[in-house]
Design a protein around this ligand. Structure first.
Ligand code: ADP
Ligand code: MG
Ligand code: MG
Length: 898
C-alpha cells in the first residue's frame, strides 16, 4: 500500500505531485486540494501527505505504527529536504515544516496543527543567519515550543500565556511585539523549563535525557510525536462530537500533511489571511476575508488581533503584487473547482503562497445566491445548481428575525457573522449553555471567542455572541455551519467570564447571567431584553431554486396541516395538497367538553346532541380547509387517538378530589367527581397506543365516523355549490385487517351517498387507509382491494415494527443504542431500512390489489431529506410533511431524482 504522497515542486521547479482533488478519501480534503493546486500551477509550499488509512491502521492497532510506515515517512522527509535544499535541524540553513491534520470532510478547528517544526537549539542559529532577524527567529522558536507543548503534549496553554504576560509586565511591554529578541530568547528558556516540569517522563521515555525530561532536540522525534498527535486527535472528544453532530463516519481517519513552512511574520511585506472567493454570508460576488500583516497562521482565526478586510490587501505597500495575484487566483480556483472556494494563504516577503482551499462553507442564503449566479455565469448546470443547496440548510432561511414593528434599543454592535435572530438568557460558558437548555430555558452563549471545547454549548444555545474575532473566527464558521445566529467581534463587550457578566464599554450597562438578551446575526446587533421574533418572507432566490427543483423531481410534496392558516402557508410553500389533516386537533379547546360529554354519558339523547354539536363544528372546519386548498386534494383522517386523551387525567382528578375533601366541599360534589373518576378509570388501558384507537374507535362507536364523513361531504357539497373545486379524501387509520376497512368504507360510502342525495350534488370522495401496522403492510394486496389510496404512517409503522414506543424514545435506551452504535441513527427521524422494506412491500402488494392505488407517506419521515431519497427509490407518489418542511422536501425530492 502506498502510504505517503508528495506534493509541490522539486529542486528544479518540476511538479512532483502524486495526488489530486479526487483523492480526499486517501489524502483528506486538505491534502487532496494542496495536490490539486500544485497540479494547476499555483504556488504551494512543497510537502507530503500521509494517508487517512494509515491513521486508521495506527488507531485500530492501539496507536501502533503499521510495519514500514515510519521508514516510508523517513524517505519522503529526506526527499522533501532534497527538494528544498535544506535539512530539518540544520545549523546553517534549516528546513522548517508544519504538521497539519486534514480529514476527508472539513472539520474546522477540530484537529490540531503544529507550525515551525524542526527548530532546536542548533537550527535556531541557522534561522538567525538566514533571516538576519534574531527577533523573528526566537519568536518562531517560542511559538513552536508553545504549540508543540499544547497540541502534541497536551500541556495547558495558560502555562505559557502566563509566562508571556509575566515577561511583558516585567519589561513594561504593552504588546507581544514590544518584546525584544533577547526577551524572546529568555522566554524560550522558560518555555523549555515549563516543558520539562510538566511532561510526564514515564509516558514519553524518548524525551528523557540523563534522567530528566527535555524539550526534544531531534527533529525526527519532534516530527514523529507531532504526526502521532494528529492521528490521536481523530479520536479526541470534540472531534468525535463534531462527527456525531454532522453525521460523519468514525472510521475515515485523518491524513497528516507535512509541509515546508512559509512565513507571514517576516516583517511588513509579509502577511497571512483567510478568504472566500464570494461572500459566504449573502453570496455576493465580492472578495471576502481577513488578513493580518506580519503575522503567522492561526493569528487570524484565533481572533487575537483585529484583522483588515481582504479587499484592501492590494493597497498595502509591498503587498500590491501578491494582492493582485491572489485576486487572480480567486478566479482560477472558481473556474477550476466550479464552486465558491475558501482559501488560506500566506505572503512571505512579497511572495504569495497558497496553503489551503476547499469548497467554502456558506449560509443557506449564500448557497442559493451562489448556485443561481454560477448557473447564470455558465459555470454549472441547473441540475448542479439544485444539488449545491443542502436541504437542511433551507431551514436557515426560515429562521426567525426581529419583528419589524418591535421597538428596542441597540446596546452594542458587532459583525453579522451568521444570519437569524436569537433570544435567550445570557450564559457565559458552554457548560452553562448546556445546563440552561437541559432545564428547558433558551440561552445565548456569550464568549470572548469560542474554541472547539465550546462546541456542546454552541449546539445547545439559541445563538452565539462574541467580543473578539472576525467573520472567519471559530464562532462565525461553526455558527454558519450549524445555522445558528451569531454576532461576533463586539468590541464594546467587556466580558468577565469568571464573574459571569459583561459590561458594555462607554455605558453603565452590565449583562449578568440569566439576563434576557436578543441578537440579530443578520445585522450584527445586540439588544438588552427579549425582542419579538417573526418568521421571514421567502426570498426570490429560494423560489428560483425550488422552481428548478420542481423541474427535476418526480415525487409529489404535500403538507400535514389541520387548519386553514397552516394549509395556506403550506400552499404558499408549494404544497400540492394536504397529505394528512388530523381531526383530533379539532377537538381541543371548547370542543373537548363536547367530546367528553359524548364519551362519558350513557344517555343516548345527550350523546346524540353532543355528536350533533361536533358535526356543526366540523362542517366549519372542513369548509375552511377545503376552501384554502381549493382544487388540491385534502386527505382527512378520521379520529385516531385513544379516547382517554380527551378525558381529564385520573391522577389530576384524584388530587383534585383530595383537595376538595380538605377544603370541606359538599359531599355531593365530591361524589360526582368520584363517579367521574371511576368512569374515566374504566377507559384506562395498559397500552393505549395499541388499544382503543384508530379504526377501532369507528367500529365501536360508528356514530363518530358517520358524523365526520357527513361533515366532510357536507362541506364539500356546499363549496361545490359555491363554485369551488374541493377535493377531500377520507382516510381510515390503523387498519390491520381487510374487514375493518371494508366495514368502515361501507359506512363512509353510504353516508356520502346520503349527503349527495340530500344536497342534490354529485360527490366523488375517495376512501383510503393508512398503512401503519406491519400486518397491513404484508397483506396490502388484500387491503388495497377496498382502498383508493394508501398513506404510510411511518411513525406508527416504526413504533410497531421495532416495538419501540415513539413517545419514549428520548428516554433511556435509544440514546444509549445510538451512543453504542447499536443503531446508526434514530429510526423515528430517518426511515430505518427494515421499516422501509415494509413500505416497499406495501407499495408493491398494494398495486397488485389495486393497480390505480395512489401511495404516499405522512409520517415525520416525509420531511427528512435522507428518508425522501428512500421514498423516491421505492416509487411513492408523494411525501407529506409539516408546512415549514415543504421547501426542504421539494429540494430533497429533486436531488433524489437527479
Ligand atoms: P486548520 O485545519 O485548523 O485550518 P491548518 O492545517 O490549515 O489548520 O493550519 C492552520 C494555519 O496554520 C493555516 O491557516 C496557515 O495559516 C498556517 N500554516 C499551516 N501550514 C503552514 C505552512 N506550511 N506555512 C505557513 N503557515 C502554515
Ligand atoms: Mg486551515
Ligand atoms: Mg398513526
Amino acid at each position: 500500500v502506498k502510504r505517503v504522497y508528495a506534493f509541490g515542486k522539486d529542486a528544479n521547479g518540476n511538479n512532483v505531485t502524486e495526488g489530486n482533488t479526487d483523492m480526499k478519501w486517501v489524502l483528506g480534503g486538505k491534502g487532496a486540494n494542496l495536490a490539486e493546486m500544485a497540479n494547476i500551477g499555483l504556488p504551494v509550499p512543497p510537502g507530503f501527505t500521509i494517508t487517512c488509512q494509515t491513521c486508521m491502521e495506527y488507531a485500530n492497532a492501539g496507536n501502533v505504527w503499521p510495519e514500514g510506515a515510519l521508514d516510508t515517512i523517513a524517505e519522503y522527509r529526506a526527499d522533501l529536504e532534497e527538494r528544498m535544499g535544506k535539512r530539518l535541524g540544520d545549523a546553517e540553513d534549516p528546513l522548517l515544516v508544519s504538521v497539519r491534520s486534514g480529514a476527508p470532510f472539513s472539520m474546522p478547528g477540530m484537529m490540531d496543527t503544529v507550525l515551525n517544526l524542526g527548530l532546536n537549539d542548533a537550527s535556531i542559529q541557522g534561522l538567525i543567519k538566514q533571516t538576519e532577524n534574531p527577533r523573528f527567529a526566537w519568536d518562531s522558536y517560542r511559538r513552536f515550543i508553545q504549540m508543540f507543548s499544547n497540541v502534541v503534549m497536551g500541556l495547558d496553554g495558560d502555562l505559557f500565556e502566563n509566562a508571556i504576560v509575566a515577561m511583558k509586565n516585567d519589561r513594561g511591554a504593552a504588546s507581544d511585539t514590544d518584546l525584544t529578541a533577547d526577551d524572546l530568547q529568555e522566554l524560550v528558556g522558560e518555555f523549555k523549563t515549563i516543558f520539562a516540569d510538566n511532561v510526564d517522563g514515564e509516558a514519553y521515555p524518548a524525551l528523557v535525557v540523563d534522567g530528566a525530561v527535555q524539550f526534544p532536540q531531534d527533529p525526527m522525534v519532534q516530527l514523529q510525536l507531532a504526526i502521532e498527535a494528529v492521528f490521536g486527535s481523530w479520536n479526541n472528544p470534540r472531534a468525535v462530537l463534531y462527527r456525531a453532530t454532522n453525521k460523519i463516519a468514525d472510521d475515515l481517519g485523518t491524513a497528516v500533511n507535512v509541509q515546508s513552512m512559509v512565513f507571514g511574520n517576516k516583517g511588513n511585506t509579509s502577511a497571512t489571511g483567510v478568504a472566500f472567493t464570494r461572500n459566504p454570508a449573502n453570496g455576493a460576488k465580492e472578495f471576502y476575508g481577513d488578513y493580518l500583516v506580519n503575522a503567522q497562521g492561526e493569528d487570524v482565526v484565533a481572533g487575537i488581533r483585529n484583522t483588515s478586510p481582504i479587499a484592501e490587501l492590494k493597497e498595502v505597500e509591498g503587498l500590491e503584487e501578491a494582492g493582485a495575484q491572489l485576486e487572480e487566483i480567486f478566479g482560477v480556483l472558481e473556474n477550476h473547482f466550479r464552486d465558491m472556494c475558501d482559501i488560506e494563504f500566506t505572503i512571505e516577503q512579497g511572495k504569495l503562497w497558497m496553503l489551503q482551499t476547499r469548497a467554502g462553507k456558506r449560509t443557506a442564503a449564500a448557497a442559493l445566491g451562489i448556485a443561481i449566479a454560477m448557473e447564470r455565469e455558465g459555470l454549472i448546470s441547473k441540475e448542479e445548481a439544485v444539488m449545491r443547496v443542502a436541504p437542511d440548510q433551507l431551514d436557515q432561511l426560515l429562521h426567525p428575525q426581529f419583528d419589524k414593528d418591535a421597538t428596542y434599543d441597540v446596546v452594542a454592535r458587532g459583525l453579522n457573522a451568521s444570519p437569524g435572530a436569537a433570544v435567550g438568557e445570557a450564559v457565559f460558558s458552554a457548560a452553562d449553555a448546556v445546563a440552561a437548555t437541559e432545564a428547558g430555558r433558551k440561552c445565548v452563549l456569550v464568549r470572548w471567542e469560542t474554541n472547539p471545547d465550546d462546541l456542546a454549548g454552541m449546539i445547545a444555545a439559541e445563538g452565539i455572541l462574541t467580543s473578539h474575532g472576525g467573520k472567519t473566527s471559530h464562532a462565525a464558521v461553526i455558527a454558519r455551519g450549524m445555522g445558528a445566529p451569531c454576532v461576533c467581534g463586539v468590541e464594546a463587550l467587556k466580558i468577565d467570564a469568571a464573574k459571569k457578566e459583561a459590561a458594555i464599554a462607554g455605558t453603565d450597562i452590565v449583562i449578568r447571567e440569566g439576563d434576557m438578551i436578543s441578537i440579530d446575526g443578520t445585522t450584527g446587533i445586540v439588544v438588552l431584553g427579549a425582542v419579538d421574533l417573526v418568521l421571514p418572507e421567502l426570498t426570490g432566490d429560494l423560489d428560483t431554486i425550488l422552481e428548478w427543483a420542481d423541474e427535476f423531481r418526480t415525487l409529489g410534496v404535500r403538507a400535514n396541516a389541520d387548519n386553514p392558516e397552516d394549509a395556506e402557508l403550506s400552499r404558499g410553500f408549494g404544497a400540492e395538497g394536504i397529505g394528512l389533516c388530523r381531526t383530533e386537533h379539532m377537538f381541543l379547546g371548547d370542543r373537548k367538553q363536547i367530546i367528553q360529554t359524548f364519551i362519558l354519558n350513557d344517555d343516548e339523547l345527550i350523546r346524540e346532541k353532543a355528536v350533533a354539536d361536533l358535526y356543526e363544528a366540523q362542517v366549519g372546519d372542513f369548509y375552511g380547509m377545503f376552501k384554502a386548498m381549493d382544487g388540491l386534494p385534502v386527505i382527512v383522517r378520521l379520529l385516531d387517538p385513544p379516547l382517554h386523551e380527551f378525558l381529564e387525567s385520573p391522577r389530576e382528578l384524584d388530587v383534585g378530589i383530595a383537595k376538595l375533601e380538605v377544603s370541606g366541599a359538599s359531599a355531593d360534589v365530591i361524589a360526582e367527581k368520584r363517579a367521574l373518576l371511576e368512569k374515566i378509570d374504566g377507559f384506562a388501558e395498559q397500552n393505549p397506543m395499541l388499544g382503543m384507537r384508530g379504526c377501532r374507535l369507528g367500529i365501536v362507536y360508528p356514530i363518530l365516523p358517520v358524523m365526520q364523513v357527513r361533515a366532510i361531504a357536507t362541506a364539500c357539497a356546499r363549496l361545490q355549490k359555491e363554485g369551488f373545486a374541493p377535493k377531500p379524501e377520507i382516510m381510515i387509520p390503523l387498519v390491520s385487517v381487510l374487514p375493518e376497512l371494508a366495514k368502515l368504507r361501507g359506512v363512509a360510502e353510504a353516508t356520502i351517498a346520503e349527503v349527495a342525495e340530500a344536497e342534490g350534488v354529485e360527490l366523488s370522495i375517495p376512501v383510503g387507509t393508512m398503512i401503519e401496522l406491519p400486518r397491513a403492510a404484508v397483506t396490502a394486496n388484500e387491503i388495497a382491494t377496498e382502498a383508493d389510496f394508501f398513506s404510510f404512517g411511518t411513525n406508527d409503522l416504526t413504533q410497531t415494527t421495532f416495538g419501540f414506543s415513539r413517545d419514549d424514545v428520548e428516554g433511556e435506551f435509544v440514546p444509549q443504542y445510538l451512543a453504542e452504535h447499536l443503531l446508526p441513527y434514530n429510526p423515528f427521524a430517518t426511515i430505518d431500512p427494515g421499516v422501509a422494506k415494509l413500505v416497499e412491500m406495501g407499495v408493491e402488494l398494494g398495486h397488485e390489489g389495486n393497480p390505480d392505488i395512489v401511495c404516499g407517506v405522512c409520517g415525520e419521515h416525509g420531511g427528512d431529506p435522507e428518508s425522501i431519497h428512500t421514498f423516491n427509490r421505492i416509487g411513492l407518489d408523494y411525501v407529506s410533511c409539516s408546512p415549514y418542511r415543504v421547501p426542504v422536501a421539494r429540494l430533497a425530492a429533486a436531488q433524489a431524482a437527479i
